[in-house]
Every structure is written in C-alpha cells, then in structure tokens.
Write a protein that binds this ligand. Structure first.
Ligand code: SF4
Length: 64
C-alpha cells in the first residue's frame, strides 16, 4: 500500500502526523511531508484512519 499527500490542498491541520507519525511529517509551514510513501504493514490501519480524518482531503491511498 502507498499513500500520497497533495501539498497544494493540505491546510496544515496536522491530524495525519498525530494519527500516523511514522508515515507523515510536516514542514516548517505545517504542510504535509511524506516520510515514506510505501506504508509498512503494521502502519496501514493508522494511515487509513489518517486519510479518512484529514480535514482537507489532501491524502489518498494509492494502489500498488
Ligand atoms: S491531516 Fe491533511 S490537512 Fe492536516 S497536515 Fe495532514 S494532509 Fe495536511
């Protein structure tokens, strides 16, 4: 499983980092940065939660 983050849409709420900090990070402006686009098996559930909870819809799951 992979995840993508659209930095043009991200509003810097930080929900993704709080939900799955192993996969997501934020730059100095609070905009999402993907630590790894390939999600480890043990992080899949929290990454799916982060995608669902992102208030701007900037995150999406990408098929392998
Ligand atoms: S949860 Fe969404 S809006 Fe918030 S930092 Fe992450 S990608 Fe950006």
């Amino acid at each position: 499983m992979r995840v993508a983050g659209d930095r043009e849409i991200c509003m810097g709420a930080g929900v993704c980092v709080m939900t799955a900090e192993g996969t997501f990070d934020q730059d100095d402006d609070g905009i999402v940065v993907l630590a790894f686009d390939r999600v480890s098996a043990n992080e899949e559930k929290v990454v799916r939660n982060a995608v669902r909870m992102c208030p701007s819809g900037a995150l999406r799951i990408v098929a392998d």
